[in-house]
Design a protein around this ligand. Structure first.
Ligand SMILES: *Cc1c(COP(=O)(O)O)cnc(C)c1O
Length: 352
């Protein structure tokens, strides 16, 4: 029996997300997933595992609300920001009828989630400076319910101009939600649009503990929006999205000392990023290191494909972007420890 015949048509055609752990490779240096390079230490304090957890753990919600400067009712916590990307579609998009819109090159999960759910995808590529093509978006907004904008953008590292986000919110008014994915915002915290929520009922912000908080393995993310949006998401989220140990560690990470530690990590990483960028720029095979407001660098090489393969063979795993729109010969490199960055530079110096 051919089980594949039974699989939904859209899932038969689906290309799954190229996750960091799925790519294979035999690496000692993993700089392909924008993870924080050092593991923070935690101890579990909550041992009551015979009971179901709280659906929305109060301490996690209250601590994050305090950190983000919003009310607890403006927040929902989920199994990573990835789950939130999909919850929004499940709550707001009619399959086979509504669309989402996003602007490549950008994060791959918007597409994967939409295709999984049978929701149409409209893409409006960014302009050559990786900023929004507002005219193109305006022309394609029919049937669009959700517009995903990543800022700082993954993989390019740039912030989206705040005036353009405002213009986009005006274009989308009474039509669609504008979802700003702030997965990397801790690396340029002054650029968050959280304070705009008071003026825009259709603004939604995604956050995560996976990047600056160094907790990608925890699977914990947040959606910030006004209460009516959050209420809709509460209807479709799984009954117990956060395991008890996850809530336990998230609470510790969001304590006063936890936040201070994260801010130190960010400072350190931003310093390391500047050093790494200057070493990369000095290499003859590097054409350009793009400015980055995040924890990774977008680097244009002469013959990027060969560079990726050569480093791969040396056990240094980077992210090849060359197949993405407007990303020819570009490799995305997460900023690692000083030793990891040095290993990259040494390996690159062997290529002529
Ligand atoms: C890493 C990442 C996410 C996913 O975060 P999780 O909380 O780990 O699911 C979402 N958006 C962008 C742009 C990311 O880079």
């Amino acid at each position: 029996m051919d089980i594949n015949q039974l699989v939904r048509k859209n899932v038969q055609k689906l290309t799954p997300y190229q996750s960091a752990r799925r790519i294979g490779g035999n690496g000692d240096v993993w700089l392909n997933a924008n993870e924080y390079p050092v593991a923070p230490q935690f101890e579990l304090t909550e041992q009551t595992l015979n009971r179901y957890p709280e659906p929305q753990p109060e301490q996690v919600i209250n601590s994050y609300a305090h950190y983000a400067g919003v009310k607890p009712e403006q927040l929902i916590v989920s199994r990573g920001a990835d789950e939130a990307i999909e919850l929004l579609m499940r709550a707001f998009c009619e399959p086979q009828q509504d669309s989402i819109l996003y602007c490549p090159p950008t994060y791959g999960m918007y597409q994967v989630s939409a295709e999984t759910l049978g929701i149409d995808v409209k893409t409006v590529p960014t302009k050559s400076d990786w900023q929004l093509d507002l005219t193109g978006i305006k022309q394609n907004i029919d049937n669009v319910k959700l517009i995903y904008v990543c800022s700082p953008n993954n993989p390019t590292g740039n912030l989206i101009n705040p005036e353009d986000i405002k213009a986009l919110l005006d274009i989308a008014k009474n039509r669609a939600l504008v979802v700003i994915d702030e997965a990397y915002i801790e690396f340029s915290p002054e650029s968050s649009v959280v304070s705009w929520l008071a003026n825009y009922p259709h603004l939604v912000i995604l956050r995560t503990l996976s990047k600056a908080f160094a907790l990608a393995g925890l699977r914990c993310g947040f959606t910030i929006a006004n209460k009516p949006v959050i209420d809709a998401l509460q209807k479709v989220i799984a009954p117990y999205p956060l395991a008890t140990p996850v809530a336990d560690i998230a609470t510790q990470a969001l304590s006063k000392t936890g936040i201070e530690k994260m801010q130190q990590q960010v400072q350190q990483l931003n310093r390391q990023k500047e050093i790494f960028a200057s070493y990369l720029s000095a290499l003859p095979i590097v054409e350009k290191v793009y400015p980055s407001s995040s924890n990774y660098l977008c680097v244009k090489f002469q013959a990027g494909k060969d560079v990726f393969k050569t480093l791969w063979n040396k056990g240094i795993i980077l992210r090849d972007q060359s197949k993405s729109i407007g990303q020819d010969s570009i490799i995305r490199i997460s900023v690692g420890t000083a030793a990891e960055c040095e290993a990259v530079i040494l390996a690159l110096k062997t290529i002529i």
